[in-house]
Design a protein around this ligand. Sequence first.
Ligand SMILES: Cc1cc2nc3c(=O)[nH]c(=O)nc-3n(C[C@H](O)[C@H](O)[C@H](O)COP(=O)(O)OP(=O)(O)OC[C@H]3O[C@@H](n4cnc5c(N)ncnc54)[C@H](O)[C@@H]3O)c2cc1C
Length: 422
Amino acid sequence: MSRAILWFRNDLRLADHPALTAACAAHEEVLPVLIIDPRQHEASPFGFDRSGPFRRRFLKESIADLDAQLRAKGSALHVRVGEPAAELAHLSEVWGTRVVHAQQLYAWEEQEQERAVAAALDLRLHAPNTLLLPGDLPFTVEKLPHVFTAFRHKVEKGSPVRPLLPEPDRLRSPAAWKGRALEDSALPVQASADDPRAVMHFTGGRTAGLERLTHYLGPERHLSHYKETRNALLGADNSSKLSPWLATGALSAREVWHAVKHYEAEHGANESTYWLVFELLWRDFFQFTAAKHGRDLFLRGGIARKPPTGNADLRRFSAWCEGRTGQPFIDANMRELAATGWMSNRGRQNAASYLVHDLGLDWRMGAWWFEHLLIDHDPCSNWGNWQYVAGVGNDPREGRRFDPERQAGMYDADGSYVRLWS
Ligand SMILES: Cc1cc2nc3c(=O)[nH]c(=O)nc-3n(C[C@H](O)[C@H](O)[C@H](O)COP(=O)(O)OP(=O)(O)OC[C@H]3O[C@@H](n4cnc5c(N)ncnc54)[C@H](O)[C@@H]3O)c2cc1C
């Protein structure tokens, strides 16, 4: 009997899932496993946990939803807590298979996990959750252009987006495979009601992710106005809000692309429909940047390997985290983040610029705080964007500072956003 472990990571779905498709094609029995690595959730260098309440809740909901999907196909999810290499080695002994299928991930710690697993077991890695697959790029990942525009021009000349892979009808697992739920104590989170000012409620899991995709690309045609509204600070439908489901892999980037193409066929293409795909390319760019630069994405000098700047003044840092800097636009954004786990892209650019260029702090402090709070945290997008703003990443221009007063005048002209979060 040929049997393999399917190691779920940031790919909490069954559709368009290259590792699942490959595992089902090659083996008679598949054992779906998810591992919470405590090192990725416990204390950051600044004391607070790496995953905070919003991301934990969203992740738990996503895991429960994945389990429900698997059960509907005749299998179940087995959740373990520990280092992936040790946990997978244990399961491999118990269930008598050395083969592990998994989605490839590009952030440094995830690469380290892969190396540890591959040293002990037969690890077979499959395509990442990017719009374009690495093998379809017109260059190797090592030759990734340093600047986004050069990347985009090259890939827009003809890198294909692959067709979607179908969800399997059934998943065969051993009769004794019962699955195992995530213990509450592994990722404790206190239940709390949504802040009534929250831009929207984000429920983890594919079911809610598909609902959001269908809503944003639905008959109200929000997508057709995306380019004009995407910088707004208030309102659920001004941007897609798909990032939490992309970050957990409840949706694949290719699914979003195909949905956009379907929408264009029905309602017509315009600058806005193009721009959503443009933003998905930014996402890809940071994924491939992580693949190319490895640990440098998380080091102070950045992928540009610049001399360190910025200090670690904890008093200023706390004021920034708590929305007490005295700069109303920055404080409003930071309060929204702390109360809801969400901040708009415009807010993130400004809050990051303020920490680096106005407060003179080490950019990594801000990246840790975002990692703690953002419901959509993704290591490649978060640390890549922080490096970009801090001038140690892919930005070709030095010292790009946002003037918060000017930005507030442009994006919150009537002050309603600052008032909401004052
Ligand atoms: C300092 C900083 C930290 C950030 N941290 C994260 C993070 O941890 N996770 C994350 O997903 N995004 C991050 N972003 C990027 C961006 O702010 C969010 O992706 C976006 O705000 C999510 O909202 P949306 O889904 O409505 O995006 P939309 O505007 O609707 O865009 C569609 C999708 O494109 C992708 N995207 C858009 N902008 C970017 C970008 N600049 N970089 C990478 N992908 C992008 C996202 O997947 C997004 O869901 C960060 C940006 C900054 C400046």
